[in-house]
Write a protein that binds this ligand. Sequence first.
Ligand code: NZQ
Ligand code: ZN
Length: 388
Amino acid sequence: MLNFEFHNPTRIIFGKDRLARMDSHVPADATVLITYGGGSAIRSGLIDKVKVILGNRKVYEFGGIEPNPRYETLMKAVEVVRKEKIDFIIAVGGGSVIDGTKFITLAAYYEGDTRDLLKHGFRPITSEIVGKVVPLGTVLTLPATGSEMNSGAVISYGDGKFPVMSPLTFPKFSILDPTITYTLPKIQVANGIIDTFVHITEQYLTYPVNGIVQDRLAEGLLLTLIEIAEATMAEPENYDARANLVWSATLALNGLIGAGVPQDWATHMIGHELTVKFGIDHGQTLAIVLPALLDVRREQKRAKLLQYAERIWKIESDHEDEKIYLAIQKTREFFESLGVKTRLSEHGVTENQIADVVEQLKAHGMVALSETQDLTPEISQKILEKAM
Ligand code: NZQ
Ligand code: ZN
């Protein structure tokens, strides 16, 4: 097992009818900004409920944070925070609203050019860099990203999606009420299952370091997803199935299963470029890239792929290559069973557009990806060709 430090200060408030618990965790004299997305949280009545719970606190609202939140939109919220002297922000939404709100809290009192905050990549932004930040809490409406219990965000600017990491942006609390997710369109539930699945494989399908605990945690989460996927897709109001999806999504990316093991975020980094270039939803880009990446990287990942084949898909065969082939096939079939396409061509992308994607990867510095940092643009090109 590799060395690690693990710290996660986010309070999780999980279950039905827990929204009112927010009152205990937002300072009574706070001036609050509620952030939300394109309107689903208004239509469901969730924003009104949050306002009632906040009672006599002074409350402002900022809506319109789009999927793959954009820098320009978020800077409009930063203006509100500065002007109204906001001292607590509650993000009501999925990964985009929560990520966007994390950026707002970092940018609020930053004295330099706030675009600089997009240049740190995976290096954490500390209080020495930004000074004061505004604390945030979240009400999660879409189980997928894990943003509700981690310190990362992904912000879109120009033709790129930029990771922003900071220990200052762990939410103070996150309310996870599975019933709030009942209004999700089917495709967003599928996106969430796939995003969660791929977060797990990116911390599991690397090379062995005898992280038995981490492997078993990851396998438990993967098996849970496979067990509940059909039910939570077919019966959105099946509480137990949905509750298990919500908790899996949070645990997949709150730092726990990735502590002490190698990580490979190449599927995400290549996927981000597909979102930027073709507008494909985050989760769906992963369903396209992962099977192709596992195929191209089967030698580097051989030992873990065999473990994955045996323990997750129960594949028995005397031939290692066949086991790996079948495990990748099962992964693709699982994504397709959720109604998601796993080929670039099915999204109307043509072979001659691949070179542009590879150029984007280079322009964004994504030239040494994977757990061994030897995944070059040429290998990304092979992966994208396999994904056609
Ligand atoms: O905007 P509204 O009207 O609210 O509609 C949203 C949006 O259109 C809708 N929605 C959300 N909750 C709903 C609902 N509709 C009905 N009922 C509800 N309860 O769903 C749509 C998608 O929302 P979005 O927040 O964009 O989805 P998701 O949670 O998948 O977030 C994707 C973003 O997270 C980033 C991605 O790159 C992408 O920008 N990621 C963040 C990560 C992190 N912070 O750790 C890691 C992830 O890998 C990911 O990269
Ligand atoms: Zn993701």
